[in-house]
Design a protein around this ligand. Structure first.
Ligand SMILES: NC(=O)c1ccc[n+]([C@@H]2O[C@H](COP(=O)([O-])OP(=O)(O)OC[C@H]3O[C@@H](n4cnc5c(N)ncnc54)[C@H](O)[C@@H]3O)[C@@H](O)[C@H]2O)c1
Length: 251
């Protein structure tokens, strides 16, 4: 039964935006393979989704063998990948004058090289299906943000990676786009707000829609990019931020 359904491979799929994307993909008739670090959290995520329409695969995007094994697992079990959603990510705000090379490199490894590892490994299967990739960037790709040198550099690089893969793989029928969420309530942002490293008030003041987004709203926009609904869109980074980056509150 699974082989007849479109399959999405979703890194960071056990939580937040990745999990919301899985829910959206399943609602449209697809099968979601959630790729994430922790087997218990994967089981919990799968338990919360429609039965028989998702499964978890343990995968660390910083490790090529782990990524290759996850993709091989999907190749063996489902035999197809129609969409890849690279949502694995962390945030570690630190002052730029004190950040170590290792700490700086970690965010690039997860967000940029991690996305590259997954896209590269999944490409042969995506090509067979003329499938689509949606990488997860951020409004941090376009703004300077104090204490976020590694995160903003990584997210800006996700845009570059997306554009280049789109140019290389478009002739083979694979579209590559990115979604750039503004502030969204998930475990990632809740943790930052809770320990005082993210101050919600000025963000809400600057956001024309006056609120944080939901993971479901990001998943809806990403789903558009992941499906033939966006069949002539490639190399694009779609901003879904409640108007935060167009701002205008300074005028
Ligand atoms: N929440 C926001 O406001 C927001 C805004 C812009 C961009 N983003 C981006 O969206 C993506 C998802 O964030 P979220 O808010 O859903 O966070 P989240 O913490 O809810 O989910 C992130 C998931 O990624 C997984 N992960 C982390 N490192 C991994 C690794 N090495 N290999 C595999 N999985 C790994 C985590 O285990 C977790 O399940 C991230 O790339 C984040 O930078 C989030």
């Amino acid at each position: 039964m699974h082989l007849t359904r479109p399959v999405a491979l979703i890194t960071g799929g056990a939580s937040g935006i990745g999990l919301a994307f899985a829910r959206r993909w399943i609602a449209d008739g697809g099968l979601a393979v959630l790729a994430d670090l922790d087997p218990a959290r994967l089981d919990e995520a799968v338990d919360g989704l429609e039965p028989l329409r998702s499964r978890g695969v343990v995968c660390d995007v910083t490790n090529q063998e782990s990524v290759d094994a996850a993709v091989a697992d999907v190749a063996g079990a489902e035999g197809r990948i129609d969409a890849v959603f690279t949502s694995a990510g962390i945030a570690r705000p630190q002052p730029s004058d004190r950040i170590t090379d290792d700490a700086f490199a970690l965010l690039l490894d997860i967000h940029v090289t991690g996305a590259m590892r997954v896209c590269r490994a999944a490409y042969p299967l995506l090509r067979e299906r003329r499938g689509a990739i949606v990488n997860v960037a951020s409004v941090a790709a376009f703004a300077g943000m104090p204490g976020r040198a590694s995160y903003t550099a990584a997210k800006a690089a996700v845009g570059g990676l997306t554009r280049t893969l789109a140019v290389e793989w478009g002739p083979h029928g694979v579209r590559v786009n990115a979604i750039a969420p503004g502030y969204v309530r998930t475990a990632l942002t809740d943790a930052l707000v809770a320990d005082g490293r993210l101050n919600a008030a000025p963000i809400l003041d600057r956001t024309p829609l006056g609120r944080f987004g939901s993971p479901e709203e990001i998943a809806e926009a990403a789903h558009f990019l992941a499906t033939p609904a966006s069949s002539f869109v490639t190399g694009h980074t779609l901003v879904a931020d409640g108007g935060l980056t167009v701002g205008g509150d300074w005028y």
